[in-house]
Each structure stands twice: as C-alpha cells, then as structure tokens.
Design a protein around this ligand. Structure first.
Ligand SMILES: NC(=O)c1ccc[n+]([C@@H]2O[C@H](COP(=O)([O-])OP(=O)(O)OC[C@H]3O[C@@H](n4cnc5c(N)ncnc54)[C@H](OP(=O)(O)O)[C@@H]3O)[C@@H](O)[C@H]2O)c1
Length: 252
C-alpha cells in the first residue's frame, strides 16, 4: 500500500539482475519504500545489487526460473506472503538469443518463447489476480519496440515481445476500474549485458535513461511509454509502412 505521501511500500523486481530492471527500481526507490524484493535465478548477483542500496529499504531475494510458467502463481504467492501487498511489480526478465540459427534447430524457439512469452503471460495474470484482491497495484512490463513491428534478424524475439505487449494492453483494459494497471515500456536498443557485443542501433539508450522515463510515467495513467520517447513517432510510422517499403529499409 502507498504511504501517506503516495510512496509505494513494496516494490518487486522480476529479473533481479536485469540492468534495466535494476535502473528502474533504483529510480523508484525513495525514502519510505519499505521493501524491495528481487526475484531472480542468480541469487548472488541480486545480493550484490541489494547490498548497494542505501537507506532503510529492506531487501529480500526470492529464487525463480523465468522459463517455468507453472511456478509463477507460487512465486507471486511467496513474494506476497503474510498478507504483504505488491504495490509495484517490474517484469524485466528476458532473453534475446541473438544469432540463434532457428533454421538449423527449430526447437530452439521454445527456450526463448518460454521465458519471454509463456512465463511472462502467466506472471502477468498471477500479479493481476493478486493486485485485484488488494484493489490496487501497478505492473511495469519491459516490452520492446521489436514487438511493434517485427523485423527480420531476430523474428522470434520480436514475436515474443509483440505477444506479451498486446496481451498486457488487453489485460490492462480488462483491469479498468479495479485499481490495477499495467505500464508497457517499449525501449529501443539499450546498452546492457543483453546487447553486449552488438552494434548500437540508432536512438540507442541506457538503462538509466529508460528508468527516468518509467519513473515519470509510473504514477500517471499512462499505458505505453517509449524509450527514448522519439521512438513513438519513428515506430508510429514504421508500423504503417506497406510491407514492400518496410522490407527495403536497412534494418538488420
Ligand atoms: N537491452 C535492450 O536493448 C532491450 C531493449 C528493449 C527491451 N529490452 C527488454 O528489457 C528487459 C530487460 O533487459 P536488460 O537489457 O536489462 O537485459 P539483462 O540485463 O540481460 O537482463 C535480463 C534478465 O533476465 C533474466 N533471465 C533470463 N532468463 C531467465 C530465467 N530462465 N530465469 C530467471 N531469470 C532469467 C536474467 O537473469 P540472469 O542474470 O540470471 O541471466 C536477467 O536478470 C528484457 O525483457 C528485454 O527483452 C531490452
């Protein structure tokens, strides 16, 4: 529950070692945030981040496997044990699997889709169900411009983001009037460990820059933000281009 001055009491980060996720929670942390729960498979990496947090916020670490959709309801139950509400949940786990040859190994689609799509969808519903009972809550979903118009190069990643992005928008619509809402964040290329070794795309940004945009939007009624914001216009045009024009653009 938010305290008397509107500060969320409990923030939960799914993907506790995500560079963007950590930047987002760092931007949201302020005096009065009682607890930050880092949900991750890398407990040591999460603890290192937890130790860096200054102030009175209590840090808790919970293990999860973001490929296991069937465990998501139990994970949400664990982070909200003892009647503890979840005020803000940041969903930041994800895999890019750049360079995977899906033609050589079509079954490799499963690993990426399990994390980015199936488990994320199950987590969205598990969080929404819990927050509906509370009567409030904000879910921040790290989507991507890659899902706005899926390009060649990494179509499986783009399709996974398109799926969770549209699911989140429709669930947010269903949640209208419940006090629960979803903020869909669509970053472009962000310099993080996910993109290590890749050539920067135009309008590339940093986890901290994404976090500032999220922090400004979290307490508003906004449903979709782009990072950087100029990508709203770039992808607004991209999504309308005829397929023949889109295919001629020099996008990898
Ligand atoms: N970087 C970009 O250019 C960019 C652009 C647009 C959108 N995004 C999206 O933003 C989100 C965060 O990305 P990032 O840049 O912060 O990447 P990151 O630093 O590589 O973080 C990815 C996170 O996903 C976790 N993860 C992956 N598979 C997992 C599994 N099976 N179980 C548990 N955790 C798992 C990683 O855990 P480990 O540390 O244990 O591997 C890590 O915490 C992702 O959803 C990504 O798709 C990124």
């Amino acid at each position: 529950m938010k305290n008397g001055v509107g500060v969320p009491q409990n923030i939960v980060l799914f993907g506790g070692t995500s560079e963007i996720g950590q930047a987002v929670v760092s931007a949201l942390l302020q005096p009065g945030v009682a607890r930050l729960t880092l949900v991750a498979r890398d407990l040591d990496g999460s603890a290192t981040f937890g130790d860096s947090i200054e102030g009175d916020t209590e840090v808790e670490i919970v293990r999860f496997d973001a490929a296991d959709h069937s465990s998501m309801a139990a994970v949400v139950e664990e982070v909200s044990a003892n009647g503890r509400d979840i005020d803000v949940a940041v969903i930041a786990h994800g895999v890019l699997a750049e360079g995977t040859d899906y033609y050589a190994d079509p079954s490799a689609v499963h690993g990426l889709l399990a994390v980015n799509m199936t488990a994320t969808a199950a987590l969205l519903y598990a969080l929404a169900a819990r927050m509906r009972v509370q009567g409030y809550g904000r879910i921040i979903l790290l989507s991507s411009v890659a899902g706005v118009r899926v390009r060649k190069g990494n179509p499986v990643y783009g399709a996974s983001k398109a799926a969770v992005d549209s699911l989140a928008l429709a669930v947010d619509h269903e949640l209208e009037g419940t006090g629960v809402s979803i903020l869909v964040v669509r970053p472009g290329f962000v310099v993080s460990k996910m993109t290590t070794g890749m050539k920067k795309a135009p309008f590339s940004s940093t986890p901290e820059a994404v976090a500032q945009i999220v922090a400004r939007a979290v307490n508003s009624g906004t449903t979709i933000v782009y990072a950087p914001t100029v990508l709203r216009w770039v992808f607004g045009i991209f999504r309308l281009l005829p397929q023949a024009v889109w295919r001629r653009l020099p996008l990898g």
